[in-house]
Ligand binder design. Structure first.
Ligand code: BG6
Ligand code: MG
Length: 220
């Protein structure tokens, strides 16, 4: 790419480690329904919407329910999840995330949130990062979830920057797909085997800088 004008960040698993709370809440639901739900199963839930997550979970358990019952289950899971995230503090910001957001702005790069979570406003408030983003797009802003590109396109639009100048930071396979579908470059956070379609994969954001992005993406 020629220039980096914006960086769009997924929230769960990139800025904060809420993935563990999502997992705990889904596991609790699976236990109530009488089946085991492993961390490996949980990978498939990362980045996808609440209802789609429930569909996948029920598929794992080999169960089907009518829509109204599923809505009840999703609400129950969310109530448990909210119990966990309500206790969050700024200490739970993943190492390097805040520093990177600040460095990007210092270098004239816009920042946006692009998360599938309807709980994003609560989380950002608990960890005190709301003002680190020039635009916030979350599960309340779009109806079509990742891997559709909608959330990232909405973020780019809110920043008034075209997709070719955007880099997306994602920890989920569905999120990397969404960014590719949006025509954006990607940094995967986590396991290179799971995030094999990302342009580059790093284990975490510790020490990640604007200069590193330039090195990785400019004129590549
Ligand atoms: C994503 C998570 O960020 O948000 C998914 O990776 C989750 O696991 C999705 O299902 C929706 O979150 P919420 O908070 O609206 O249930
Ligand atoms: Mg995520």
């Amino acid at each position: 790419m020629e220039q980096i004008k914006a960086c769009i960040f997924d929230l769960d698993g990139v800025v904060v480690d809420t993935a563990k709370y999502h997992y705990l809440a889904w596991k609790r639901l699976a236990q109530e329904l009488g089946f085991e739900f492993t961390e490996q199963h949980n990978e498939r839930l990362k980045g996808v919407s609440r209802m789609r997550s429930l569909e996948i979970l029920l598929e794992v358990g080999g169960l089907t329910f009518p829509v109204n019952k599923m809505e009840e289950m999703a609400a129950k899971k969310n109530a448990w999840y909210v119990e966990y995230i309500q206790k969050m503090t700024p200490e739970e910001i993943l190492p390097g995330a805040k520093e990177l957001l600040e460095k990007l702005r210092t270098n004239g790069v816009k920042t946006a949130l692009g998360s599938a979570s309807k709980n994003s406003p609560l989380i950002l408030e608990r960890i005190g990062l709301k003002n680190h983003f020039d635009a916030i797009c979350d599960g309340n802003s779009v109806t079509v979830a990742k891997p559709a590109p909608d959330i990232f396109l909405a973020a780019a639009k809110a920043l008034n920057i075209s997709a070719e100048y955007c880099i997306v930071f994602e920890d989920a396979e569905a999120g990397i797909e969404a960014a590719i579908n949006a025509g954006m470059q990607t940094v995967g956070i986590g396991n290179p085997q799971i995030l094999s379609r990302a342009n580059v994969v790093v284990p975490n954001l510790i020490g990640f800088t604007y200069n590193k992005l330039v090195e990785l993406f400019i004129n590549k």
